[in-house]
Design a protein. Structure first.
Ligand code: HEM
Length: 422
């Protein structure tokens, strides 16, 4: 059995929504392309994204607690709005701004908090350091698409070391002290921070989650820091890009500024058209069959999410068009398969994209709109518009067509007026 799947026995591609879902639920298909240990060169060794079977289930059981509805509401309503406006005041300090950089800085604040990385939220310098880590870890997460995998491995290893020394260890020590107090009965368990590092430390002795190795804890925390930042920033930029390309960008922008549920539909429509992972991949751990197609052991299975998300049977006529008001088959999500499905389905989907939007387009007070919708609304209220003098730049380090590295926009010099919000 090969340690690293470099020459698959076959490549099998699916591009229909239902076949991709079947594949994503098939226990014989894994995300483990590299079985080596970290020391042998596998930069993703032991993290939830590539774990399989019982360890994966155990890990998700523990970590999913950080994505309960009340935790989501706490982050979206109590923590995020003030942080976001404060940061936007600092970051939009001139007319011409790189929106991708703004999106990363906005998203990393809460991603760090959820991951359990303490930081001084007022220090843009410190946030930039976290964003630099995220950029390295994102390249690591996309290693299957990397044009120069060895360079990516070296960068990611060096970044883990720095991240551990400067950020994880100090945050870890603080949490270990709090856990000691909980175990001594001096502090109730609900007095602990609501973050991934804390729950990992709390459950670390459970062999089912395979986290005895300190390096794995560091890499798991890095996975959540990265998972919550880069994808959200890319989605914000893609949303703005689609708004700018629409027939009447100023009207769409004003509607987003006025209506949070519309802003959320724009984000979910963006996710459908511009999935951050256009092609999800799996490795066949054993011979299996999906939708009548035989898949031999050690085959590479490619799930073309970008194509499935444009299925006219599910998303209506002209599925390739950007139409946040489109009617969608109630059996499928408006974002298509852009958060995956099955055991590895994105745990942060409600953080990024909010709760599903019902076909009636009406929601109750418990609804979560998602951070990207909040960000999109905030920049729309500040009058974001295209910068004709400076074209955006795509990130060409991977083959994913939905990634940007710079996206120049202009803002009104004074914040735009805020039409009544819902
Ligand atoms: C717009 C935002 C986001 C998008 C488009 C996105 C997309 C995805 C996708 C497609 C997967 C599954 C990949 C596969 O099955 O191969 C995934 C998994 C994951 N995402 Fe997200 N994500 C987003 C936001 C977040 C946030 C906010 C967090 C954390 C706070 C997060 C953390 C993770 C983690 C840890 C996994 C791995 C889960 C596992 O393997 O069990 N993501 N994401």
């Amino acid at each position: 059995m090969s340690e690293v799947l470099t020459t698959p026995t076959a490549t099998v591609t699916f591009d229909r929504h239902e076949d991709i879902r079947t594949a994503l639920f098939d226990p014989s298909l894994s995300r483990t392309f590299d079985r080596r240990s970290y020391d042998e060169g596998n930069i993703r060794d032991g993290i939830v994204s590539i774990a399989h079977g019982a360890v994966h289930r155990g890990r998700r059981r523990v970590e999913n607690a950080m994505f309960r509805a009340e935790v989501l509401r706490l982050y979206e309503r109590d923590l995020f709005p003030a942080v976001m406006e404060e940061l936007l005041d600092v970051l939009i300090d001139r007319e011409q701004v790189d929106l991708f950089a703004v999106g990363e800085l906005l998203s990393v604040v809460l991603a760090a908090r959820r991951a359990g990385i303490d930081h001084d939220r007022g220090s843009v310098e410190q946030l930039r350091t976290l964003v630099r880590y995220v950029d390295a870890f994102s390249q690591g997460a996309a290693i299957l698409d990397a044009k120069d995998p060895d360079a990516v491995r070296a960068l990611v290893r060096a970044t883990y070391a720095e991240f551990e020394r400067d950020h994880v260890r100090p945050s870890w020590e603080r949490r270990a002290a709090l856990l000691g107090r909980v175990r001594a009965g001096e502090l109730p368990e609900d007095g602990l921070p609501q973050d991934i590092l804390t729950v990992l430390l709390l459950h670390r002795d459970d062999p089912a989650i395979a986290l005895a190795d300190d390096g794995r804890v560091v890499r798991e925390v890095a996975t959540y820091l990265q998972g919550g930042t880069h994808t959200s920033a890319q989605t914000l930029v893609n949303a703005v890009d689609l708004v700018f390309a629409s027939a009447d960008p100023a009207a769409v922008r004003d509607r987003i500024a006025a209506d949070t549920l519309y802003a959320q539909r724009v984000v979910q429509e963006t996710l459908r058209l511009r999935p951050t992972t256009p092609k999800i991949r799996r490795r066949a751990e054993a011979d299996t069959e999906v939708a009548g197609v035989r898949i031999p052991k050690d085959a590479l299975v490619v799930l073309d999410v970008a194509a499935a998300n444009r299925d006219a049977r599910l998303f209506g006529e002209r599925p390739e068009e950007f139409d946040p008001d489109r009617a969608v088959d109630p059996a499928v999500q408006r974002w298509g398969l852009s958060f995956g499905a099955g055991p590895h389905q994105c745990p942060g989907r409600s953080v990024g994209g909010g709760f599903p939007v019902p076909g009636s387009f009406t929601v109750d007070d418990d609804h979560v709109y998602g951070l990207v919708a909040r960000e999109l609304q905030a920049v729309s209220r500040r009058g974001v518009r295209p910068d004709p003098s400076r074209p955006p730049e795509r990130d060409t380090r991977t083959e994913r067509f939905t990634r940007w590295s710079r996206y120049w926009v202009l803002f009104a010099s004074a914040p735009a007026s805020t039409p009544g919000s819902r």
